[in-house]
Design a protein. Structure first.
Length: 203
């Protein structure tokens, strides 16, 4: 998992509430066995018409937001089923940060384990950012995980809370496997002792 310290990026406004995981990654794409490639299907039903043509009005099809790594959304983002594929799709598309007033609990956990920083701000602050991203060409935000702040170059600044353990994992780039591997030496020692004890008992 890639470490996260500070990110400055274009911000894309998804001015919708209750964005559920089936909208983030529709169920027909859950058959894949890889953890990569899901970015192509992110918000699939919103990004293209039934005939497969890109929908011009959808934010991620707008050339102004190409290359964005920060998504701003309405409250209750990531609700619905608990599919981890939603986090995979956002990450694979290139998003490192999602800003919203609230997030669904299971999605919040899945996103953090996949290197995505979820920033909770007040509805007032989120509305300000949504409007700025919609109206100001090339609008960028800077998200500092170390300082737990969101800023722009126009005077906006807001702080956010984050669990200290989640913050540590994101700063260090540690997912569940990475956390386990930090204790690799101790695990190896235990296995050797366990094997030796088993051999002695067998004698």
């Amino acid at each position: 998992m890639e470490k996260f310290t500070t990110l400055t990026s274009l911000a894309a406004p998804l001015d919708r509430t209750n964005v559920d995981t089936d909208q983030i990654i529709p169920k027909q794409f859950l058959k894949r066995i890889e953890r990569t490639g899901y970015g192509d299907f992110l918000f699939f039903d919103w990004r293209q018409s039934a005939s497969g043509e890109p929908i011009a009005g959808f934010v991620l099809n707008d050339p102004r937001y190409q290359g964005t790594q920060i998504l701003i959304a309405g409250k209750n983002f990531g609700c619905g089923s608990s599919r981890e594929h939603a986090a995979w799709a956002l990450s694979d598309f290139g998003f490192r940060v999602v800003i919203a007033p609230t997030f669904a609990d299971i999605f919040f956990s899945n996103a953090g384990k996949n290197g995505i920083v979820l920033v909770r701000l007040s509805e007032e602050d989120v509305n300000t950012l949504l409007q700025n991203a919609q109206k100001i060409p090339g609008y960028k935000l800077t998200v500092s995980l170390e300082e737990q702040t969101v800023t722009d170059d126009r005077g906006f600044k807001a702080s956010f809370e984050i669990d200290p353990f989640r913050k540590f994992c994101l700063l260090e780039g540690l997912d569940d496997i990475g956390l386990t591997l930090r204790h690799a030496a101790a695990l190896d020692t235990y296995e050797k002792q366990h094997d030796t004890a088993g051999w002695l008992r067998a004698k």
